[in-house]
Design a protein around this ligand. Structure first.
Ligand SMILES: [Cu+2]
Length: 332
């Protein structure tokens, strides 16, 4: 073998090893990148992402999308007159997930009705939904339901009168059958009746579940896809609620369900005073986690001793991982 050809062989082998090394490194790098990426997404809202993907295919379904029409609420002394509207509107329930909702006023939950104890309320429900009847059942009202909570046909209106004689944090919802479907589609909200001489709550939070849209079988038999505070998974993670150290905070909390109990817990503090149904006669002191049944509410008194970030959750872990998570940012 000449010196020249042995040199060439030597050079080719070096080149071959270099190519093999480069290919190996590229594979190795892409594997590491993929591994880092996957393990990050496994810890980072994995359940929300999985369920978002499952729901996204359903959210493109062709649905009526009526423009939200806000309620009107007019007060003259203790006489309060309210106009509220039922309609079908697309709403956002998680990042990238639109939901074809049946609504009060085009939002889920519907608007909070802030009343005072002793108000005389005249509420007119206008059904703008051209497709089906709706109704309103107000847990704050003590009236004959077979008269007051009956269906309103498409395009029609109905007026209900009641006195908000009992203070509290109440649910309202559509009562048209199948009620589980009308509630799961988004037809609920909170009524807060503040006792005489007291201030309305600092924050009002309505918890609820979302299932596959318009699927009564899924609503009655399957676990929810999302569990949310005020209509959107992890709404208050990126847009936290604010509080000051030592400042008393009240949270009016309603669990709209339709199915699951809520275990309301605030990480890093103790609920100093919980009023069942939001009534000042029902006090429980220094509660770590408070159970709110579907269709119930509570007024929760909090006070933070130190600045920091305090998560509030449904302490049922499946609910928390499906979006029932928010944060208070507490500053000096
Ligand atoms: Cu309805």
């Amino acid at each position: 073998m000449s010196q020249k050809s042995s040199k060439r062989m030597w050079r080719n082998s070096i080149l071959g090893i270099a190519v093999l090394l480069a290919v190996g490194l590229a594979f190795g790098y892409s594997f590491i990148v993929r591994w880092v990426h996957t393990s990050k997404s496994q810890t980072d809202d994995q359940q929300i992402k999985m369920n978002s993907n499952a729901m996204r295919s359903l959210s493109s379904m062709k649905s009526l999308n009526q423009k939200p029409k806000p309620m009107s609420i007019v007060r003259h002394g203790s006489n309060v007159s309210i106009n509220i509207y039922t309609e079908e509107t697309m709403v956002s329930i998680a990042p990238g997930v639109q939901f074809p909702a049946w609504t009060f006023d085009g939002t889920v939950p519907g608007p909070v009705l802030y009343l005072q104890q002793g108000d005389h309320v005249t509420l007119t429900l206008h059904n703008l939904d051209p497709n089906m009847p709706h109704s309103i059942d107000l847990h704050a009202a003590q009236v004959a339901p077979n008269e007051a909570f009956t269906e309103v046909a498409p395009g029609k209106s109905k007026t209900i009168r009641f006195n908000s004689s009992t203070p509290g944090v109440f649910m309202y919802h559509c009562e048209t059958m199948p009620m589980a479907l009308h509630i799961a589609q988004g037809m609920y909200g909170a009524v807060v009746v503040t006792p005489k001489g007291q201030k309305p709550p600092t924050y009002t939070i309505v918890q609820s579940e979302f299932y596959k849209p318009m699927d009564l079988n899924a609503i009655l038999n399957d676990p929810p896809n999302f569990v949310v505070f005020n209509g959107e998974a992890n709404r208050y993670v990126n847009k936290p609620l604010n509080a000051k150290v030592g400042q008393p905070i009240t949270v009016a909390f309603v669990n709209a369900g339709p199915n699951d109990f809520s275990a309301f817990h605030v990480v890093g503090t103790i609920e100093r005073d919980v009023q069942a149904s939001g009534n000042p006669r029902n006090n429980l002191y220094d509660v770590q986690t408070y159970t709110v049944a579907p269709g119930d509410g509570a007024l929760i008194h909090l006070k933070f001793d130190e600045p920091g970030i305090y998560s509030f959750v449904d302490h049922s872990m499946s609910a928390m991982s499906k979006g029932a998570l928010g944060r208070f940012v507490v500053t000096n």
